[in-house]
Design a protein around this ligand. Structure first.
Ligand SMILES: [Zn+2]
Length: 137
């Protein structure tokens, strides 16, 4: 059910309930809606001042594209403090940790698409974080 604010030809306003907007149009076109005050069937819809805004533009790819710049910086700061930078050896180190060759530790670095595929295949859990290109640190 939806509620519409309606107005008759004489300016009376009232509320009408309908199954949906189609139902409203249908009833309006067949003059089934009448003003409860003067029975005028010349009613029109008062445009609502409310609109629905999507506060979460996209949630299908969390942790990837839509991280605000501020959060990116916080994440980067956190990573820099708590994760050992292994640079381009990331995939190798991650596999070593995965198979118990190295002490488990937090590492960060870069990896190629191929390496990422391998890591996924081996069941290594890792997260990808977009690094702001403009970062000058
Ligand atoms: Zn009226």
């Amino acid at each position: 059910m939806i509620a519409y604010d309606l107005k008759c030809g004489k300016g009376h306003t009232f509320e009408g309930w309908f199954d949906n907007s189609e139902s409203y149009e249908k009833q309006k076109n067949t003059a089934l809606i009448s003003c409860p005050i003067c029975n005028d069937t010349n009613v029109s819809k008062i445009l609502s001042t409310f609109s629905i805004k999507h506060s979460h533009p996209s949630t299908d790819n969390p942790g990837s594209k839509n991280i605000p710049a501020l959060h990116q910086k916080q994440i980067m700061n956190y990573l820099e403090k708590n994760f050992e930078d292994v640079g381009s050896n990331f995939a190798t180190e991650a596999l070593k940790i995965h198979y118990g060759v190295c002490e488990p530790r937090n590492i960060r670095g870069v990896s190629s698409d191929e390496e990422e595929k391998t890591l996924r295949k081996e069941g290594v859990n890792f997260i990808k974080i977009p690094i702001p290109v403009s970062s000058q640190d």
